[in-house]
Write a protein that binds this ligand. Structure first.
Ligand code: AMP
Ligand code: MG
Length: 348
């Protein structure tokens, strides 16, 4: 997992939440911490205020556990050990096992557009621990890296894992934050916390309702102007949201911008998409699907989404004028800002 420092985003999210939650005297309680190289928050409405410290303790310890298991910047993390295993079978812990199982599941469901084994390509294009190349990688270099990519080459049996192809590595950056949010959600549910929102860098999941019994509401950012919103989303109990954007991380090679999400079918960073927001029943699925739908784009997204009836999405192509493509399920919970109301279109 690669981590990024997006502290400024913290402030924006905090401000947006404050704005969206109105100005009543009894404010929701929110706590923030840093994890996985980014920010995270846990929020409870006034009536659940007495549990905020407990929520924070649970969430900080579970997210730290995930980070210690999956960080690629920690050479002795469980995932780093697996990545260095050189074809040998190794025992993996519960988090790594779950991430590998989910990577295989969403690899299958998305026809390989979500693929956690894209690591050699991610590095080739200068992300993660790679150096930004002065010119785009050659067709030969991409072809060579593609030999080490393929979720079907992961062998997972119980708590044992191995890679079939030499040089393979897993990067859980497209799914691990969602997985961490689900762990926190499930543990807080087990403890009887009824109303809470957990947010790790825009991968979030809610329980119950917000202040005054109103649904939790979040802002969906405009990928062309991070200070502005496309609209707001009301989240029903238990639902999760994740956003992938081309503005989040990118490299510039010969004056051209390349986004951090790679199409595993071609080995080339995705072009043509500005942002995707997925609304699903788990944060793991929302995280994996926002990344996958970014790769699939508007033409291929509908057939994959038809396999996941509880997953809804908003896609914004990287074109002008602005187009906001939404599935019928997403439209039900989404209110565009007045400026963009006429930009909404059905994603067939
Ligand atoms: P996200 O921000 O959740 O969309 O995840 C993007 C991160 O996932 C990238 O920074 C890479 O580390 C990794 N990644 C890039 N392309 C893919 C892909 N096609 N499938 C899975 N993970 C990817
Ligand atoms: Mg993701």
């Amino acid at each position: 997992m690669k981590y990024r420092r997006t502290i400024s985003a913290v402030c924006l999210v905090a401000v947006l939440q404050a704005v969206l939650s109105g100005c009543s005297r009894k404010q929701s309680a929110e706590q923030m911490w840093l994890t996985m190289g980014t920010y995270a928050t846990v929020t409870v409405p006034p009536r659940e205020m007495h549990r905020i410290e407990e929520c924070l303790n649970v969430a900080t310890s579970l997210t730290a556990r995930v980070e210690n298991s999956l960080s690629l910047f920690m050479p002795d993390s469980d995932l780093s050990r697996l990545n260095a295993s050189d074809g040998r079978t190794v025992a993996v812990n519960e988090d790594t096992r779950a991430i590998l199982a989910m990577s295989i599941k969403y690899g299958e469901l998305t026809d390989g557009c979500f693929d956690s084994t894209v690591t050699p390509l991610v590095r080739l294009w200068g992300f993660n621990k790679g150096n930004v190349p002065p010119v785009p990688p050659s067709a030969e270099a991409i072809h060579e890296a593609l030999q080490k990519v393929g979720f079907r080459q992961i062998i997972l049996s119980g708590n044992k894992a191995a890679f079939r192809a030499p040089g393979m590595e897993v990067d859980s950056g497209g799914i691990a934050k969602g997985y961490a949010v689900d762990l926190c959600h499930d543990e807080l549910a087990r403890r009887g916390v009824k109303n809470v929102m957990i947010n790790v860098a825009g991968n979030l999941r809610v329980r119950g309702t917000s202040k005054g019994g109103r649904p939790w509401r979040i802002g969906v950012r405009d990928p062309f102007d991070r200070e502005r919103l496309l609209g707001t989303l009301e989240l029903p109990h238990g639902m999760a949201v994740s956003t992938s954007g081309n503005y989040e991380r990118f490299v510039v090679i010969e004056g051209r911008r390349y986004a951090h999400i790679i199409d595993p079918r071609t080995g080339i960073p995705v072009e043509g998409m500005a942002g995707v927001t997925a609304l699903c029943t788990t944060a793991t699925e929302a995280d994996a699907m926002s990344t996958a739908l970014f790769v699939l784009g508007p033409a291929q997204a509908p057939s994959v989404l038809s396999r996941l009836p509880d997953c809804h999405a908003l896609l914004v192509p990287d074109t002008q004028p602005l187009r906001i493509l939404v599935t019928p399920g997403f439209r039900r919970y989404f209110t565009p800002v007045p400026d963009h109301a006429d930009r909404l279109e059905d994603l067939p």
